[in-house]
Design a protein around this ligand. Structure first.
Ligand SMILES: CC(C)(COP(=O)(O)OP(=O)(O)OC[C@H]1O[C@@H](n2cnc3c(N)ncnc32)[C@H](O)[C@@H]1OP(=O)(O)O)[C@@H](O)C(=O)NCCC(=O)NCCS
Length: 454
């Protein structure tokens, strides 16, 4: 196996071990589109969910049943209209809708049992009618009024997987057809879930077909892999008129869930193998993650980070992009260094060395090869510039052999060796012949070209 493949696999195993501990006893609410049941990957998805359950993660399943309801209503020749994407459920359709919803839940319960996990389908949702909106009577389509939280917690305590069909009952026992997306959202909020998943047949959020506001990173295969809450909100704003309402609904629910305390919401493609595991156990999943708190952040380096920092820098050292540094070099300047930490793993680093003439060198910038092109490098440099600006320094400079274009894009300008602080000039390595680039901080302060956490 080649070295980079091995490195990638070891990295994934390490990350998985870290997450197993982190998620034990946490609640994950998982909404699954029922159309996926016929996908060849569905049995593997069920197996993965059982694995998560065995690891001590508390799984709650909310199967969508739109496809099955359509089939049943067609068979019995019952016509239902929709308004604003919501099915209008006439009372005579409700027995068939109930039948379809429970059919899907039963199907999933059977598959879980085949994999050795015990599930229970419950009647834990009190609902009421949507009523009449904009003149449209939604009849027996309802919204969630209340969940029987204590009973659900007991079910989880008993190591069972609760399955929620998208049906709720009023106090007087009248059944309502609920949106399973809304149901999953409410459950995740009321049970304070660590994660809410939308496993869809439409896939993750992709850039095509949407306007992508500045600052949101799009991967080379066009996936928007992460959105902070403000980014998700601005995405919704600029795409308000987009015809792709289904995806926008998921992003909107994700925003509301994050605002209400759910830590992360993931929109993943159910038509591929292992997507849910990859999304949970790797910092860089394949779906779209929406999160309220910066799950990734820059912090000062500590002595215990040094081995990881050296390993992040190593590929650039091998390519002679960075100069070699030892553990003791880093230890001596520990306060100059910052790291980019995602869930306890270092993915990038950088340093700011201050000189007596009030200039500072930005150095040792390196991003883990598996995490490039996500804006991390820019965040580290922006952070160091801000640090220098707050310390009222005059300018920051870099010495670079192969990365001058990148720094130029960030606003740095080419200057002469004579512009360097004396101590740096005296040690300038003529063999290396690095280019010198500088960013003056008076101009930076005036323009405020960067914001930390952009
Ligand atoms: C350069 C480096 C820090 C960029 O980190 P990053 O997190 O990928 O950076 P960002 O996501 O903010 O920017 C990515 C963009 O920079 C471009 N880029 C990367 N390296 C570049 C280089 N050497 N020259 C010009 N552009 C470069 C990428 O192609 C990408 O372009 P895109 O946005 O159009 O797709 C990272 O690639 C790295 O660690 N390189 C090796 C070490 C290094 O060069 N350090 C600087 C030493 S002075």
């Amino acid at each position: 196996m080649d070295n980079s493949k091995l490195k990638e696999q070891v990295e994934i195993i390490r990350q998985a071990f870290g997450y197993i501990d982190q998620f034990k006893n946490e609640i994950f609410v998982i909404k699954i589109d029922d159309v996926l049941i016929s996908s060849p990957y569905f049995p593997a998805l069920i197996k993965d969910l059982v694995l998560l359950h065995r690891m001590g993660i508390r799984i709650i399943l909310v199967p969508g049943s739109r496809t099955r309801i359509d089939e049943v209503l067609k068979t019995y020749q019952i016509d239902c209209q929709t308004a604003g994407g919501v099915r209008i459920s006439p009372p005579e359709a409700i027995p068939f809708i109930k039948m379809a919803a429970f059919d899907v839940s039963n199907n999933i319960m059977t598959m879980l049992a085949e994999n050795g996990a015990h599930a229970v389908i419950g009647n834990w949702v009190r609902a009421r009618s949507i009523g009449v909106r904009d003149g449209v009577n939604f009849q027996s389509s309802g919204i969630v009024e209340k969940l029987q939280i204590e009973i659900i917690k007991n079910v989880l305590e008993d190591n069972l997987i609760p399955i929620f069909p998208n049906i709720g009952w009023s106090l007087s026992g009248k059944p309502y057809n609920l949106s399973s997306n809304d149901l999953a959202f409410t459950i995740s909020v009321q049970l304070n879930a660590a994660k809410l998943f939308f496993v869809t047949d439409k896939g993750e959020i992709r850039a095509d077909g949407f306007t992508v506001p500045e600052g949101i990173y799009v991967s080379s295969n066009n996936v928007i892999s992460q959105l902070t809450l403000p980014q998700a909100e601005s995405f919704l704003k600029v795409n308000a008129e987009s015809p792709n309402k289904e995806k926008l609904e998921l992003v909107s629910l994700a925003c509301r869930a994050c605002e209400s305390g759910v830590r992360r919401v993931h929109i993943v493609n159910g038509r591929a193998d292992g997507m849910i595991l990859k999304e949970i156990f790797s910092n860089r999943g394949l779906g779209t993650m929406i999160y309220a708190n910066q799950h990734d952040h820059i912090r000062p380096m500590t002595i215990s980070d040094i081995p990881e920092v050296l390993s992040v820098m190593q590929p650039a050292i091998d390519e002679k992009i960075l100069i070699k540094r030892s553990a003791s070099d880093l230890q001596q300047k520990v306060n100059d260094y910052v790291v980019y930490d995602v869930d306890g793993t270092v993915h990038a680093c950088g340093a700011l060395h201050v000189y007596p003439d009030r200039q500072a060198e930005i150095a040792a910038i390196a991003v883990d090869e598996m995490y490039t092109s996500l804006g991390i490098g820019k965040k580290i440099v922006s952070f160091l510039i801000e640090k220098a600006a707050v310390s009222k320094l005059k300018a920051v400079f870099v010495l670079t052999t192969q990365t001058s274009d990148w720094f130029t894009k960030l606003g740095f300008e080419s200057v002469n060796i004579s512009d360097l602080p004396k101590e740096k000039k005296d040690h300038y390595n003529a063999d290396r012949n690095s280019l010198v680039l500088r960013l003056k901080l008076d101009r930076y302060r005036a323009k405020r070209a960067f914001k930390v956490g952009d």
